[in-house]
Structures are given as structure tokens and as C-alpha cells.
Design a protein around this ligand. Structure first.
Ligand SMILES: [Zn+2]
Length: 336
């Protein structure tokens, strides 16, 4: 990064971060553990989010340190949650990553479509030090169809998550996102089925735009075991709406590395998000490369969105710091 770009970090980003940053949504993987490269197939959605074929934990931690050079960086991490994944290999890869690197908190891919028995889950949870489940996505791209939350989490995952007070990180399906009434009913069902679990909705329930969050947020009122991670959410208004409705204790900073390691910003154009990025990244859906302006990592834009939302919603410095560390740490310690 150039001196100018780093000076922006020191001036606009760093003063709003606590000493340790816990990133609650990151990936690490090797394509050697996949059955196919989604974008090398002609399957629908295969070119939705084209990314690196290998993203080892060393690179994840290097990206974290590059983004937050004067802070300690820790990350909740999980594998590649699409039909391409080989569950056994992915599980071994994530467990090894967490064993070999301090500051990585692993999640296990889980979902009935994987066909994993309760006994096998228990072995993996015990042996790998996993803190919960990343719910498996049984589709590519944005082909969300009529999938229901009730189809994505089965009896084995529900029972283990409840008994062990595990994190359940859920990427909600469907075009309507968390604003879809069936998805809202599904989240309420999940919260009631495993009241001891810590349910985290990835990407703020996929509400990247203010209209989506405004239509969605009411469903979380009164759900004490549901949180949202901020990965790839870069619109301060989205987070301001969330803070006003459910308060700062329910938000967890997340990036979605490797995606948010790209330089640029996710913006709203008409009724969809578009990733405006620096040149050199592979073509992907809703990704537009441009030059002639300065850009830093998208992770910074997420920090900036939290910063401005907190200021506008009257959130204290201590509560804002909680979004970046304490809120998530409490879930990992099974304290809440
Ligand atoms: Zn992700």
C-alpha cells in the first residue's frame, strides 16, 4: 500500500479500533479440498464470486495484518461452504489452520445436505477445537431459490449447537434476504429450536442496502440469541438502522476475507450492490474495476461504516469497541 493510503488508515480508521480486532467472518481454503472449481463449470451461479483457488491461513493472517498493521488481528474462520467442498478434507484443513496459528477460531461446516452423522460431528468438534457451525450452502452463487432456513440446519446440528452453546453462523437464502417473511420465520424457528446456541446472521442477514435492512430488522426484536456480522456491509445507513433497533451489543465486526481484502468499496447502484474495485482482480458478477482514484482494502470501508453508524446512533466508544472485539469474544467464550 502507498504512504498516502496508509496515512488515510492512520487518520480515519485506526483511531476507532480497539487494540485487538476480532474479525468474526473469514474463510481459508485450498482448492485441493474441492471436488470442482465452481467457475470452471458451467453450473448456474458458478461465476458469482470468483476468488483465489488457494487462500491458506498464512495469507488470511497476512491480509489481516496488512489491513490493521498496528493492531493484533484475530479471526473466526471456516472453509468453502459450497457444493464443491469435500467435508472431511475441509474439516481437517480448518482444524490444522487453527492448531498451527494463534488467533484463529475455527467453525465446522454443518448442514443436513452434507450427510454427516451426529457422532462424526462430535468427533470433529472435539478433535478440532471448533467453536460452532458455519451452515453449509448447498448451491452456487445467488441461485437461492425456495430454500428455507428449516432445510439448512438439521436435528444433529440443532442438538449439538444447543447442548454445547455453539456459534451457528448462517448465510440466509432467497432473493428477499432477511426481509423475506419465510426467512424471518426460519430465523425465529432456529432461535427457538436451539436457545443456548449463538446464532450469527452473516452479512447482517445479507442486508447490504438500507431498504433491505429497514424491511428486515424488526424480526430480530426479542430474539436474545441472534447476532449479525458486518462482513461486506459498507453502508453506514444500514448499520445505523440496525443499531437503532437492536443496539451495539448484537453486532460483530466481520470482513469476509479474502473478498474484503480487495481494494475498493461495495456501493449501492439502483437496487443492488456493486463492488467497485482496483484493477487486476478476476471478473465476477457485480464487480466493476476502475482506476484514477485511491482505494484501500474493503475491510476499511466496513470499519468506516461502523464508525459513522455509531456516531449517528449515539453509540459510546466502549460499545463501539465491543463490536470489534468484546461482543464476539463473549460468544466464543460461551458467556452469553
Ligand atoms: Zn463468507
Amino acid at each position: 500500500m502507498t504512504d498516502n493510503v496508509l496515512a488515510y488508515y492512520r487518520r480515519e480508521i485506526a483511531p476507532f479500533l480497539p487494540p485487538v480486532v476480532l474479525d468474526f467472518h473469514t474463510h481459508t481454503w485450498s482448492a485441493n479440498d474441492w471436488k470442482e472449481r465452481p467457475w470452471a463449470t458451467d453450473k448456474a451461479g458458478g461465476r458469482y464470486m470468483v476468488t483465489d483457488e488457494h487462500y491458506p491461513p498464512e495469507q488470511l493472517l497476512a491480509d489481516g495484518r496488512a489491513c490493521f498493521p498496528d493492531r493484533v488481528y484475530e479471526a473466526v474462520c471456516f472453509g468453502y461452504p459450497t457444493p464443491a467442498v469435500d467435508w472431511e478434507k475441509d474439516t481437517a484443513y480448518i482444524a490444522a489452520a487453527a492448531r498451527e496459528h494463534a488467533g484463529l477460531w475455527p467453525l465446522l461446516l454443518g448442514g443436513p445436505a452434507l450427510g454427516v452423522s451426529r457422532e462424526r460431528y462430535e468427533q470433529a468438534l472435539d478433535a478440532g477445537g471448533f467453536h460452532g457451525f458455519k451452515v453449509f450452502l448447498n448451491w452456487y452463487g445467488d441461485a437461492y431459490g425456495d430454500t428455507r432456513v428449516e432445510d439448512m440446519v438439521g436435528p444433529a446440528e440443532l442438538a449439538l449447537a444447543n447442548e454445547r452453546r455453539l456459534v451457528v453462523l448462517l448465510h440466509v437464502p432467497r432473493r428477499g434476504r432477511l426481509a423475506d417473511p419465510d426467512i424471518q420465520a426460519g430465523v425465529r424457528w432456529l432461535a427457538a429450536e436451539c436457545p443456548q446456541a449463538k446464532i450469527v446472521l452473516a452479512h447482517c442477514g445479507r442486508c447490504y442496502l438500507p431498504a433491505e435492512m429497514k424491511a428486515a430488522i424488526g424480526c430480530l426484536r426479542g430474539l436474545d440469541n441472534v447476532w449479525m456480522d458486518t462482513s461486506m456491509v459498507m453502508d453506514p445507513v444500514v448499520l445505523q438502522i440496525a443499531l437503532n433497533e437492536i443496539g451495539p451489543g448484537r453486532l460483530l465486526f466481520g470482513t469476509d476475507f479474502p473478498v474484503a481484502a480487495m481494494h475498493g468499496r461495495r456501493v449501492r447502484v439502483h437496487d443492488h450492490w456493486v463492488d467497485v474495485v482496483a484493477p487486476g482482480y478476476p471478473p465476477s458478477a457485480y464487480r466493476v474495476a476502475g482506476e484514477g482514484y485511491q482505494a484501500g482494502p474493503m475491510a476499511w470501508e466496513i470499519v468506516l461504516a461502523i464508525r459513522w453508524a455509531c456516531e449517528l446512533a449515539g453509540v459510546s466508544d466502549a460499545e463501539r469497541a465491543g463490536i470489534f472485539y468484546d461482543n464476539g469474544k463473549r460468544l466464543l467464550r460461551r458467556e452469553t
